[in-house]
Design a protein around this ligand. Structure first.
Ligand code: PFF
Length: 473
């Protein structure tokens, strides 16, 4: 039933892997999504819950995903399947999550690309109109579609080139640029008069506004931002050689991811408060706040805005290629499809989903899917963030904690006993007992409080159907 992997691609270097894994983690999730979620969920309390999840759940799951990938030498589906056919569905949920996330991610990637050009062409000239410009742009139909397609084409070009040639090279070059830029912008934002209010919003928790939804939003964001719960880090881990220290890599990648999210927050919230804007405006936040900050800076602002949106586009790109790779690797590993063909097929399907979600904000705005109560953009976002990723993480923890041999895991994580992992027992107990229970509690409380019950039923139904039919996949 299983195909033997003849010669598997590998990362070109240690730094290449770290950059690619960090490139996958650091993306729109950190710079576009994290700040607006923080803004919508009341600031510091959300940040605190999010950090607790990252430290106690995120790092452990990332270690587990790396171990599963490298141990099995297979991408998401194959890794689960190699243990037992009954587990195939857990990997398939991941592949489906990749399709769904790629059903809206390139739309936002396209917005970011267009803002590179808009920064040139007068966006900053009229600061009052910046909010309106964003609204008019995303509700238009053709422009966002064209930019989305352009973004998707970049993905195809990179993923078609394969692991070391494409993804790794792009990430190695572009991640450090992004980091440097954010430091620069955060510095600028923090030195504005009135910036302190933004800092206290970010760091002084007010727990009165915390609900079941807040917990689920924080958990979903932790998974989304760290690229966990859908086999992405399994897939990247599967291209990793046996000498790497998986644990320290996971800690490093998580540290970089959180660092960039915090930097993005520091770049935005002090400015939001200094300029008298509202923190809870939702998905438009980065596209309105950052240009507004730059607009006040004259012509250097234009330059910085251009560089910022280049960096955001790059961050989005190194993440979206990893999402595409999850689906592509499935067809290569499990179906024996040639890489280029897999890329063209997968990206076309993703393109169709993106057209739907882009139009759901434009020509089809106001249309909600019967029975689900949301448009396509929100459907793909909610279903992955609120349901699939947490359940994917839960399944992975159960799989690793209860179905994989503990000693084999110890061997994998210590490279056959040649390196130390002093906290192995604690990690194993977390994965086996604490994390499944914690995710289950948060997921049940959160999923139960999703307003669109239709959406919840739909998401769970997909999982049940997959569980029943996945043996054929
Ligand atoms: N981590 C990415 C971000 O924060 O933008 C998004 C993502 C990439 C999610 C890969 C999941 C994934 F497998």
């Amino acid at each position: 039933m299983e195909k033997s992997v003849v010669k598997r691609e590998n990362w070109g270097s240690k730094i290449g892997f770290i950059m690619a894994a960090a490139g996958s983690a650091v993306g729109l999730g950190n710079i576009w999504r994290f700040p607006y979620l923080l803004g919508e969920n009341g600031g510091a309390a959300f940040l605190l819950i999010y950090l607790v999840f990252v430290v106690f759940i995120g790092i452990s799951i990332m270690i587990a995903e790396f171990a599963v990938g490298r141990k099995s030498n297979r991408a998401a589906v194959g890794a689960f399947k190699s243990q037992s056919g009954g587990w195939t569905f857990a990997g398939v949920i991941g592949v489906l999550s990749a399709f769904f996330i790629m059903g809206f991610y390139p739309v936002v990637g396209g917005w970011s690309m267009s803002y590179i050009v808009k920064s040139f062409t007068g966006l900053l000239g009229n600061p009052e109109a910046i909010g309106g410009t964003f609204g008019a742009f995303i509700t238009g139909s053709t422009q966002p579609l064209i930019w989305m397609l352009a973004f998707l084409v970049l993905n195809v070009l990179i993923v078609a080139k394969g692991i070391a040639g494409g993804i790794e090279k792009a990430a190695k070059l572009l991640m450090p640029v992004l980091f440097g830029l954010l430091v620069l912008i955060a510095f600028r934002s923090l030195t504005l008069t009135g910036a302190a209010a933004g800092l206290s919003y970010m760091f002084k928790p007010d727990f009165s506004a915390v609900t079941g939804q807040t917990w689920l939003a924080a958990l979903g964001q932790a998974f989304f931002s760290l690229s966990l719960g859908m086999g992405c880090m399994i897939t990247y881990g599967s291209y990793l050689n046996k000498k790497e220290d998986l644990v320290s890599n996971a800690v490093l990648v998580t540290g970089m991811d959180v660092g960039v999210a915090l930097l993005a927050g520091l770049a935005m919230f002090p400015a939001i408060f200094a300029m008298g804007m509202e923190p809870d405006v939702g998905p438009g936040l980065v596209f309105v706040v950052i240009p507004s900050v730059f607009a006040a800076m004259g012509s250097i602002g234009t330059l910085l805005s251009i560089i910022f949106f280049i960096a955001l586009t790059v961050a989005a790109l190194t993440s979206s290629v990893s999402l595409m790779e999850v689906a592509v690797a499935y067809f290569i590993d499990e179906k024996g499809v040639e890489r280029k063909k897999a890329v063209y097929g997968v990206s076309s399907a993703m393109g169709v989903l993106c057209v739907l979600s882009s139009l759901s904000l434009g020509a089809m705005a106001g249309f909600t899917i019967p029975g689900l109560g949301v448009g396509f953009f929100d459907l793909f976002d909610y279903i992955t963030d609120k349901i699939f990723l947490s359940i994917g993480g839960l399944l992975l923890a159960i799989f690793v904690g209860w179905f994989l041999d503990k000693e084999e895991l110890r061997q994998e994580l210590t490279n056959g006993g040649t390196i130390q992992f002093g906290l192995f027992e604690a990690w194993h107990a977390l994965i086996k007992y604490v994390i499944p229970v914690a995710i289950a509690i948060v997921a049940v409380a959160g999923i139960a409080s999703i307003e669109q019950t239709g959406l919840m039923v739909f998401g769970l139904l997909i999982i049940v159907v997959l569980a029943v039919f996945s043996k054929k996949l």
